[in-house]
Design a protein around this ligand. Sequence first.
Ligand code: NAD
Length: 509
Amino acid sequence: MTSKELKALGIEVENLGTSTGSKWFSKGGLIASYSPTNGKLIAKVQSSTKKEYEKVMQEAEKAKLEWRDIPAPKRGEIVRQLGEKLREVKPLLGKLVSYEMGKSYQEGMGEVQEMIDICDFAVGLSRQLYGNTIHSERPGHRMYDQYHPLGIVGIITAFNFPVAVWAWNAALALVCGDVVVWKASEKTPLCAVACQKIIADILKANKLPEGISSIVTGDKGVGEWISSDERIPLVSATGSTRMGKIVATTVAQRLGKSLLELGGNNAIIVTPSADLKMTIIGAVFGAVGTAGQRCTSTRRLIIHESIYDKVKKSLVDAYKQIKIGDPLDIKHHMGPLIDTDAVDMYLNALEKIKEEGGKLLTKGEVLQGKGYESGCYVTPVIAEVENHYEIVQHETFAPILYLIKYKGELEEAIALQNGVKQGLSSAIMTNSVRESELFLSQNGSDCGIANVNIGTSGAEIGGAFGGEKETGGGRESGSDAWKVYMRRQTNTINYTTNLPLAQGIKFDL
Ligand code: NAD
């Protein structure tokens, strides 16, 4: 990516990393952002000091009073403008996502498209923040519930979706009348700077308080300021289960609300009636897309023994076709891992698989030579394992696909699929309506996402997104996920001259 292209997104060689709207300030240490695509330094960003964080919070506190008084459809108009601007910058911002994070250019563009889609969704939602009307048991009384803004929403995000997760949260929070303070991953700070510049211009052009959207930059310490801050009623945190447990505990100690989107360990069940062509495409894309660094990446294939060998052979053949290299070159299917720490985790996982008795069906190695100078390119691995292996129970954020055999009925496969601590995404490949319905029933998948005849990876913004168990239980994006960004109030109005009490209680004076 050229410096001219970076400049068009407002990225300089050195950038300030703290901002409320278009006011930028930072005195913290510099974070260098290297591209995993070629190992080159892209630019640096100054992290936030505690004093600067305080300034951001003061601006957010002021802005929330003004923003919540603006009618929701008018707030929707600001989000509409954000969506319009994102349409304009999609190719460039998509390129930055690809260059800084390492996913393919197509996926980078797809991520920006998700931002646009959630803005469109939020605009419509801004006229549909519905509550219920309720029939009162008392004569001459009316009841209803309504939703009010919460105030300030803290957003902590992971490296692998460096722009979309912010938009999923911010677009909904903004139409709900909240202001947002975002701490992005320290591995992708430039994406955050670019997004903040886009929304800051819109706030300024509309003469709105700058504190409606802010960013702070830094590592987990900055995240801890957010999770322990009593001024922030809702913390939406996306990342590892390890991080989620700490954030959840900190927020719970002050009785705040947290929305957690954590790790997955997603499986596809492949039944005897599965369409094998669809299965192979779904499994390979799910396992190697984004180099296995999606929360919804396919980690496990649970295959019926009658078709196991056929599926195994087709997969190994398909893996031979995978082209690995610069993700900005569209002929490559798979780009690099985010950094060399991630490469070490991948190598350790391969060792553990072998130690526990698993068998690698494709060679796992770090690629070297021309085009692989960053040291972050690895080969995707297929391994035959058993579900109970410690390493299989664990989410390894890398392109490693586990093959697990089931012998009997679908119930056995469902037990294996549910037999992990995580509960994000799941899928079944079947042409049997009985199997499909069982998988989707209360006795089926225990995940937040359960698909039939599509893979585990990726999701549309129209549905609520999130998972159960150690995935954290939060829901973002579509359906009624907006309710978590608001506080519910139940109202009872008496339009008589009597004061009847509920449950028929008499209290005569
Ligand atoms: P990570 O947990 O290392 O970091 C995520 C964010 O949390 C970063 O901004 C980090 O600085 C911050 N953080 C870390 N420790 C913290 C603490 N104690 N207090 C406050 N903030 C803290 O995760 P990562 O490596 O960036 O991302 C990969 C993980 O994210 C995977 O587990 C993946 O499954 C998960 N993920 C989940 C979803 C989902 O929707 N369920 C989406 C994307 C990624």
